[in-house]
Design a protein around this ligand. Structure first.
Ligand SMILES: Nc1ncnc2c1ncn2[C@@H]1O[C@H](COP(=O)(O)OP(=O)(O)O)[C@@H](O)[C@H]1O
Ligand SMILES: N[C@@H](CCC(=O)OP(=O)(O)O)C(=O)O
Length: 372
């Protein structure tokens, strides 16, 4: 019996391209109908639901008669725009058969890394959930560029789980769960039933990338579980084709891989910071600064920084590394890279003399810093 699953009140369910599109032959409406029936049953049992649905590119490819995923960005974006129509139509009509409405939400990484937009997205999602509508979320593929993309919907789903403070993230995929080796290459691989999301041994088993249609593979699912764990959510990676999969999870059956959060929950602001996946530069710290940051709850002062790499503006995310290159923390810089170069190694009192003004005495304030 998995009490953390049976007792979960708010679920984010993520369904990958590989599952939704019946191996490239268009949307698998029958399978979608079966998941919808189960999601409606969960809803009736009082579970709050948010759906993250991939499949726009794959559905668009099938509408266009393309059998090979294009590599050109504009073709992918065109396919996504075409496919997203079919995708939301299919979800809406399927939920409507049970008297439920859906709402489309398309997000980019930028939407969640900007604090204001993040808070807006959060209140809209909360309102939808309260209205008993099922939000159907996908990446806004038409407008994304490499810099502002999540890249895969596993990550998007995890950030949504943080956003709505879900108890459970269910990642439905084309395998029965996470195996101790890639089952495509190792037919004898065994399913991992339970693990801690932060277990470093999992990195080795989740090595491979996605299938022909999906993007992420197990690696992004593992990363998603770790991100979701930051807001205290459990993650289940499970086969979407398993008979009555969601009903059986709700009933506490031991199917799929359950990845549990281990550390305490991060405060909401720190979760938001942790969701910034794109960093713009690196600060190489001296040993004293490494020791200070590692104690926790300390700001990074310019005096403890030896080197500035990359080009970032004030307010952008930078990585803080030890002299040996080990990542210690990441946080939002109070100064641009050019300014930082002028003030590193100096005491904070010297900042006004060096720059002609002082924004903040810290290079990265502790409220904007998360330890890695
Ligand atoms: N350790 C592992 N356990 C299970 N699947 C794995 C593992 N390593 C790699 N994979 C591959 O990840 C694939 C699922 O990821 P992906 O194709 O991105 O699907 P989705 O569209 O559901 O996100 C599986 O088909 C599998 O071949
Ligand atoms: N936004 C893309 C999905 C990205 C992707 O491939 O995700 P996934 O299949 O979940 O690994 C789409 O709708 O096609």
């Amino acid at each position: 019996m998995r009490s953390k699953v049976t007792g979960a009140q708010r679920w984010v369910v993520k369904i990958g391209s590989a599952l939704l599109t019946a191996d490239g032959k268009g949307l698998d409406r029958a399978a979608m109908g079966v998941w919808v029936e189960q999601m409606v049953a969960l809803h009736e049992a009082g579970v709050e639901l948010v759906l993250v649905s991939s499949g726009a590119v794959a559905a668009g490819m099938s509408r266009l008669g393309w059998s090979v995923r294009p590599s050109a960005m504009h073709e992918l974006q065109a396919a996504a725009a075409i496919g997203q129509m079919g995708l939301v139509q299919a979800w809406e009509s399927s939920f409507a058969e049970h008297g439920r409405h859906t709402a489309q939400i398309l997000l980019t990484h930028d939407d969640l890394s900007d604090r204001k937009r993040y808070l807006n997205a959060r209140s809209t999602l909360r309102a939808l959930v309260e209205l008993k509508v099922i939000p159907v979320i996908n990446e806004n593929d038409t407008v994304v560029t490499d810099e502002i993309r999540f890249g895969d919907n596993d990550t998007l789903a995890a950030l949504v789980a943080n956003l709505v403070e879900a108890d459970l993230l269910v990642i439905l995929t084309d395998r029965d769960g996470m195996f101790d080796a890639d089952p495509r290459k190792n037919p004898d691989a065994n399913l991992i039933y339970e693990a801690r999301a932060d277990d470093p041994a999992l990195d080795a088993v989740a090595g491979g990338t996605g299938g022909a249609l999906g993007r992420g593979g197990m690696q992004t699912k593992l990363r998603a579980a770790r991100l979701a764990a930051r807001s205290g959510a459990h993650t289940i990676i499970v086969g979407g084709r398993i008979d009555r999969v969601l009903d059986r999870l709700k009933a506490g059956e031991r199917i799929g891989t359950l990845l549990s959060p281990e550390r305490g929950m991060l405060a909401a602001r720190k979760q938001w910071l942790a969701g910034h996946l794109q960093t713009r530069g690196t600060l190489v710290l001296d040993a004293g600064a490494v020791a200070a940051l590692s104690q926790g709850n300390k700001s990074l002062l310019p005096v403890g920084v030896k080197l500035v790499q990359g080009s970032f503006r004030r307010g952008e995310m930078v990585v803080c590394v030890a002299p040996d290159g080990r990542e210690i923390a990441r946080g939002l810089a109070n100064y641009s890279a050019l300014e930082a170069q002028k003030i590193i190694g100096q005491s904070s009192e010297a900042i006004v003399g060096l720059l002609g003004y002082m924004a903040e005495p810290e290079l990265v304030h502790r409220d904007n810093l998360i330890l890695v």
